[in-house]
Design a protein around this ligand. Structure first.
Ligand code: BGC
Length: 543
């Protein structure tokens, strides 16, 4: 058996965790931007969906240069989203409904408006305040060249010069200076931040860019830097800005803090660490409880890559006793209902689809997306969903330049349109310009026309809807404890099938109709007398 059930507790081992992107979930005050009250009001809909936990993307005080991943105060709610009382009410309501709450922790960088950075700028070169960040003199005769060759993930150089001539590093936007995690003061600050939110009752953290926190001593050139960004190239040994060993001690100290609180608090690292055998080091029993499985997300919907990703996942995570996680969507990648409707491979997933790009076949994409989700939700381990995927929402691929917000768009002069297309406000009730996102028709990003028909209220009326499929999948998954189950391949041919306990899951990659597998039908992503191409089915079968 490739994976056997693992005794041991922890809701996070098998839970379904739903990502809320607060800007776009629901807008209670009608200003065009989602807010915490909007989330609280609609938690009951998530309870009906059957999820176990939510993860909230950042709602902290922020100039919003990177949609809140540029934090100006880690202990406050941005007035755009509400206030701390709203947050407390959200947590209380979620807990009342049996939903756990994870929040986003952004430790690699702050906003340039954070007081630590403002003080560092004011204090000048060589000061204690500057040691919170990575400030350096430039190269060239007058220090006019960046200190090294690092590139920002959003395009352009990863260095910006200050008026006094020093440079600071930012692996993302110039408004997101990287913190210096060698500095014990920075470490202390974050321990306090963790406690602040744990005291308020959060069940855990999704940790942003943990693989970026350590930097090689002296900040040397990246030997393999390319145009793709900050030089992330799988298989290249030890890039100076990623995966430094020094970070593990930090995660251990955080794990201890979480463990000192009652209940099962958990942290999930957004660790872009590959191969997975290397990532396993990040989920050793005293580090992260889990990490996102980007190997699975990046497999696209190609059989061989999928098989490989699943094999590697169980091998790597089981070796250290951590659960595998599974994920197909988040706020950084093209929505799977569009990604699978065209040739949008790993390289372009976070670059988005613009009006100039080949447009996806959303019908094909949705068919595959529903099947992919069903395939994923049958797997043992924890699954992450991203808001709107339960409605089968496609990417918004024709956003016009004046609506663009993602720094990637601006830093590449529009060459990479960026991630706005997957961040569009959710349609709740068909009608008006925002389909129930709010009552005022205002929205920070416009919805595409297709969203009207995909509104939640429309889908609630139909047993054939994508929403109905997700609800059934989550219900059966829970009833049969699939998240805690086992895994074995039955066939790795184009009729790809695996078994989790008594449940047989088959996906049809053959391109032709195939007979339905024997057994009691539990759920399928299509209909008809045969298993259609790109369809997934779950059957109960004891043989
Ligand atoms: C987040 C992104 C963000 C980046 C910088 C990520 O991986 O998910 O949305 O732009 O970190 O914070």
């Amino acid at each position: 058996m490739l994976h056997s059930p693992r005794p041991g507790s922890g809701w996070w081992r098998s839970g379904v965790i739903y990502q809320i992107y607060p800007r776009s979930f629901s807008d209670a005050n009608g200003d065009g931007m989602g807010d915490l009250k909007g989330i609280t009001q609609n938690l009951v809909k998530l309870s009906e969906l059957g999820i176990d936990a939510v993860w909230l993307s950042p709602f902290y005080k922020s100039p919003q240069k990177d949609a809140g991943y540029d934090v100006a105060d880690y202990r406050s709610v941005d007035p755009l989203f509400g206030n701390l009382t709203d947050f407390d009410e959200l947590v209380a309501k979620a807990h009342e409904l049996g939903i756990r709450v994870m929040i986003d922790l952004v430790p690699n960088h702050t906003s340039d408006q954070h007081e630590w950075f403002q003080k560092a700028l004011a204090a000048g070169p060589g000061s204690k305040e500057r040691s919170y960040y990575h400030f350096k003199s430039g190269r060239g005769e007058n220090g006019e060249l960046p200190p090294n060759n690092w590139q920002s993930m959003f395009g352009g150089p990863a260095w910006t010069r200050t008026p006094d001539g020093e440079w600071y590093v930012h692996l993302f936007d110039s408004s997101q200076p990287d913190l210096n995690w060698e500095n014990p003061l920075v470490q202390r600050e974050f321990e306090e931040i963790l406690r602040f939110w744990l005291d308020r009752g959060v069940d855990g953290f999704r940790v942003d860019q943990p693989h970026a926190m350590g930097k090689a001593e002296g900040l040397p050139d990246h030997p393999y830097v390319d145009e793709a960004g900050a030089g992330f190239i799988e298989g290249r040994e030890n890039p100076p800005m990623w995966f430094q060993d020094s970070v593990h001690e930090i995660f251990r100290s955080w794990r201890k803090i979480l463990a000192s609180y009652p209940g099962e608090r958990a942290m999930c690292g957004e660790a872009y660490v590959l191969p997975l055998s290397f990532m396993a080091l990040w989920v050793r029993p005293d580090e992260f409880h889990q990490t996102f499985n980007f190997r699975f997300l990046d497999a696209g919907w190609e059989k061989d890559r999928l098989v490989q990703a699943i094999n590697e996942s169980f091998e790597a995570f089981d070796a250290v006793g951590a659960p595998s996680t599974w994920v197909l969507n988040n706020h950084d990648v093209i929505r799977h209902a569009s990604r699978f409707g065209g040739d949008y491979g790993r390289a372009t997933a976070s670059d988005g689809i613009g009006p100039e790009n080949p447009q996806p076949d959303n019908k094909l994409g949705l068919r595959k997306a529903k099947a992919a989700s069903l395939f994923m939700l049958g797997l043992p381990g924890a699954s992450y969903l991203y808001q709107g995927e339960e409605l089968g929402l496609p990417e918004h691929t024709t956003i016009s330049p004046e609506h663009r917000q993602d720094p990637t768009f601006f830093r590449t002069a529009g060459k990479r349109v960026g991630r706005d297309g997957c961040r569009v406000p959710l349609p709740w009730v068909r009608g008006g310009l925002t389909n129930g996102f709010n009552q005022t028709d205002k929205a920070w990003l416009p919805q595409p026309a297709e969203y009207a028909e995909l509104s939640r209220d429309v889908q609630e009326q139909s047993s054939e809807s994508t929403l109905a499929l997700y609800k059934s999948a989550l219900r059966i998954r829970k009833e049969l404890a699939l998240g805690e189950g086992s895994f074995d391949w039955v066939s790795t041919t184009d009729l790809l099938s695996y078994r989790n306990g008594n449940v047989l899951v088959v996906h049809n990659f053959t391109g032709n109709e195939a007979p339905l597998p024997e057994g009691e039908l539990l759920l399928r992503s299509g209909s008809g007398a045969f298993l259609a191409p790109d369809e997934t089915v779950w059957v109960l079968s004891r043989t």
